[in-house]
Design a protein around this ligand. Structure first.
Ligand code: DAH
Length: 351
């Protein structure tokens, strides 16, 4: 009998160890500790044994019963604690993220700013015409922004480009650093560093110390262009601009070149396209002129090439500077430039 009890005890404990949920634990309890269990049967059968044996076996059987009961309680407690901590874990997740059964929140995808989109469109066209994109710093030396472009210190052209000076002085106590007023300074750097044949465009921010209103900001955007090669003429400049206008504005828009003055080109021109609304007749959009100015351009001044180390007797060059900001303004009918940089998503989301 002692042996049978021992075997039973061992089986019961081994099975109990493997139990992972309460229903199986309950089955185990019925099987080993229930009224119809083997152990209960054996305890009942004790009465038939001789006195001595009954005492020993009885004490042993009762100890085993007590051991199994306490093992059961322990397991029961452990399973309950585990299921509670699971509930707690889901509870924590809910507290942190809200109702975890709700569908996820949509994640809005960004898109390009209308100015950036215009940059890309312009650059794509010139790249396909063989131009290379060059970029430089917003902070520039006085030399490349003015001097190298034939605008010496006392030149009146500096008046139309009042700039932000950087609080820095060179060895001779001169202020020589500024925020660039045009990306033509990047073309100047190219003339000083690259060897012809050259075809580059320089997109970027430019800065002028000006009062802010609907059409003026202290920061705006330009794409400057430069081509240097043997035998380049004004016809090349016109050809490139006709092609640019045809692709950017459509084949039916006419392009106009008129004389203009910029110190770094000779001759200099202003490039305009026919107004999309009135087709040359004159309306509010184009200020009754019928034309919309899109760029300044011209044949690079021989002095500018010479200063950069390119022989103007061997090479000729054309240059142009396109204003970027007015393009989406005209395209979308935006009458206040400040909206572009106000960071108001209600405005930006429309494009
Ligand atoms: N840099 C001039 C400006 O900001 C625009 C310009 C005119 C650029 C003629 C050029 C050019 O490259 O050839 O007003």
């Amino acid at each position: 009998m002692i042996q049978r009890l021992e075997g039973l005890n061992q089986n019961a404990l081994r099975e109990l160890d493997a139990i992972k949920d309460t229903p199986t634990l309950e089955q185990w309890r019925i099987r080993y500790l229930g009224r119809k269990s083997e152990l209960t049967g054996m305890l009942r059968g004790l009465a038939d044994l001789p006195l001595e044996e009954r005492k020993n076996a009885g004490a042993f059987a009762n100890r085993i019963k007590a051991g199994l009961e306490s093992a059961f309680e322990q397991k029961n407690g452990a399973l309950k604690a585990e299921s509670q901590s699971q509930v707690l874990r889901t509870g924590e997740a809910e507290a942190a993220h809200g109702d975890i059964t709700l569908p996820g929140r949509p994640c809005p995808s960004g898109r390009l700013h209308p100015i950036m989109e215009t940059y890309r469109e312009i650059c794509d066209i010139f790249v396909s015409l063989g131009f290379q994109i060059v970029e430089s710093n917003d902070v520039e030396l006085d030399y490349y922004n003015f001097e190298a472009l034939n605008i010496p210190a006392e030149h009146p052209a500096r008046d139309s480009m009042s700039t932000f000076w950087v609080d820095y002085e060179n060895d001779r106590g001169e202020r020589t650093m500024l925020l660039r007023t045009h990306t033509t300074c990047v073309s100047a750097r190219v003339i000083h560093t690259m060897k012809p044949p050259i075809r580059v465009i320089a997109p970027g921010h430019v800065f002028r110390y000006e009062a802010t209103d609907a059409t003026h900001l202290p920061m705006f955007n330009q794409v400057d262009g430069l081509a240097v090669d043997k035998g380049i003429t004004m016809a090349d400049l016109k050809g490139v601009f006709y092609e640019f206008a045809r692709r950017f504005y459509g084949p039916e828009r006419r392009v106009r070149f008129r004389c203009d003055y910029f110190p770094f080109v000779e001759p200099g021109v202003e490039v305009a396209v026919e107004c999309a609304v009135c087709h040359g007749g004159g309306c509010r959009l184009c200020g009754s002129s019928g034309w919309i100015e899109i760029a300044g351009a011209g044949m690079t001044h021989p002095k500018v090439l010479e200063r950069g180390g390119i022989d103007p007797n061997e090479y000729t060059s054309f240059a142009f500077g396109i204003g970027v900001d007015r393009i989406p303004m005209l395209r979308y009918g935006i009458d206040d430039m400040r909206l572009f940089f106000g960071n108001d998503l209600r405005f930006l989301k429309q494009f």
